[in-house]
Structure formats: structure tokens, C-alpha cells
Design a binder for this molecule. Structure first.
Ligand SMILES: C[S@@+](CC[C@H](N)C(=O)[O-])C[C@H]1O[C@@H](n2cnc3c(N)ncnc32)[C@H](O)[C@@H]1O
Length: 244
């Protein structure tokens, strides 16, 4: 993982690209996410680890159309759902209304530009979103989340977590992704070429290993840092801000 700080221009370009990409994919993500058994398992694990007290105020970073937000909402007092795509937020608000959920608020903002008062949030969650951040922006967000949480507050991150082939788990995950695409024929080969750009050039998909997330949380000051591998490629890493 490189620690070189991105220039504002690089960050702006990345945000514009993410916004376009996810606005185009919002409806298909909304329809498809619930049918992906692996993703559902990770969502459930994030919700289970995030649910604490009914009076908690929660924030969901990169909320999509509400996969974690809507499952967590009945277990907390309120939840602010944040996403870079305005289209995702509109779908989330519609989904909340259809489900009769009233304690959810949506905000269309990149997580890199979020501001909250210090110690004002009880729990921060994120699922399958933070691998889209530039590598240098990940630890900055973790440090900022630490500041926003009250003492005793929790950060729970579910995501695809693997490196670029540096250890046997990485190689196993990359091989299984490749073999899945190879079996799809020419359409899959095209996806391999596209994904090679996205993953290897860290253009769109920028996952880092479980150990890298654990290190970011520990270095920010979180304690009780724990990792749970949920499916082959994905894990949940969580930590608690000390004090109470
Ligand atoms: C793979 S989807 C996951 C959505 C949802 N959390 C879930 O579990 O299904 C990734 C989401 O992250 C959002 N996202 C990507 N980069 C972001 C950023 N910089 N700030 C806020 N949201 C972002 C996308 O718009 C998209 O909704």
C-alpha cells in the first residue's frame, strides 16, 4: 500500500469517476445485491457487529441503496446513510419509505469530504465501499472516523480484503476470480482484461489485505481490533475507540 498523499486533482478525478460509475450501476446494484449470497453474508456480519444499543446514532459510509442501512435501522435510534451517488441515495430513500423505516437520512457526499463534530457518533459502518478509496485516503478516513466517534464508539468495516498476490490467501482469491471469469468464455476474458486494469493499476478497485485494515485501525488508536473472514474474498474488521 502506498502512503503517498494524492494530489487534490487526482482525488477530484477519482471522485468524478466513482460518481459516474455508481450512478450508472445504481439500479442494477439495487436489484442484484440481495441475490448475491456472499454479499448478503457480509452485510449480515456487519449488521451483527454494528448493532449495539437502541439509542445509538450510526453512520453508513458508501451505503449504496441501503443494504446495511436498512437492516441496521431497526436496531439503532438513527442512521445517516452517505454515498457519492445521488442516484443511490434516492433509491435508498425510496427503499426506506417502502419498508416503513423512518429513522434513516441520506446524504449524497463523497466520504472524503464528510465532516462531523468530534465525538458525535456512536457507530460507523461501511460495507464493500472503502476499497474504492485511493490507498492514501483509507488511513485518513479511519483517523477521521476515530475523531467522529465518541469514546466507546465502534468502527465496523466489511469489504473485499486481499492484496496483490503477496501471500497464499491473495493468490487463492485472485485464482478463483480468474477461473470464474475464464469459465464464462469470451465475455469473461474481456472482464479479465478490464479487471486487470481496475485491480492491478488500482484504477477503480483498490482492495487491501485484512492485515492492512487491522494496522490502519490500530495506528489510528482503536482497540479490540478484530477481523472475521466471512467469505473467500471478504472480511469484517472492527475496532473500538477507547474510553467510555
Ligand atoms: C459496491 S457498492 C456497496 C453498497 C452497499 N454498501 C452494499 O453493501 O451493498 C459501493 C458503494 O460505494 C459508493 N462509493 C464509492 N466511492 C465512494 C466515495 N468516495 N464516497 C462515498 N461513497 C462511495 C458507491 O457509490 C456505491 O454505492
Amino acid at each position: 500500500m502506498t502512503n503517498a498523499a494524492p494530489t487534490p486533482l487526482q482525488t477530484d478525478r477519482n471522485l468524478a469517476r466513482q460518481q459516474r460509475f455508481w450512478t450508472r450501476r445504481a439500479v442494477s446494484w439495487d436489484h442484484g445485491a440481495g441475490n448475491n449470497p456472499g454479499l448478503v453474508k457480509v452485510v449480515n456480519q456487519v449488521v451483527e457487529q454494528a448493532a449495539g444499543a437502541p439509542e445509538d446514532h450510526a453512520v453508513d459510509l458508501g451505503c449504496g441503496s441501503g443494504q446495511v442501512t436498512l437492516a441496521l435501522a431497526p436496531k439503532v435510534a438513527s442512521i445517516l446513510a452517505v454515498d457519492i451517488s445521488d442516484k443511490m441515495i434516492r433509491l435508498l430513500v425510496d427503499n426506506a419509505r417502502s419498508a416503513g423505516i423512518t429513522n434513516v437520512q441520506g446524504r449524497a457526499t463523497p466520504v472524503e469530504q464528510l465532516e462531523f463534530a468530534p465525538s458525535s457518533v456512536d457507530v460507523i459502518v461501511s460495507n464493500y465501499a472503502l476499497h474504492h478509496l485511493r490507498d492514501a485516503d483509507k488511513p485518513v478516513l479511519v483517523q477521521r472516523a476515530y475523531g467522529w466517534l465518541r469514546p466507546g464508539g465502534r468502527l465496523v468495516i466489511g469489504d473485499m480484503m486481499f492484496g496483490r498476490g503477496g501471500d497464499s490467501r491473495d493468490r487463492e482469491i485472485i485464482a478463483s476470480k480468474l477461473s470464474l471469469l475464464l469459465r464464462k468464455g469470451p465475455g469473461g476474458w474481456w472482464r479479465i482484461a478490464k479487471n486487470a486494469g481496475r485491480y492491478l493499476l488500482r484504477f477503480q478497485e483498490r482492495p487491501v489485505s485484512i492485515a492492512a485494515w487491522e494496522k490502519m485501525l490500530s495506528e489510528a488508536g482503536f482497540v479490540k481490533v478484530e477481523a472475521t473472514q466471512v467469505v473467500n474474498e471478504a472480511a469484517v474488521v472492527s475496532g473500538v475507540k477507547p474510553g467510555s
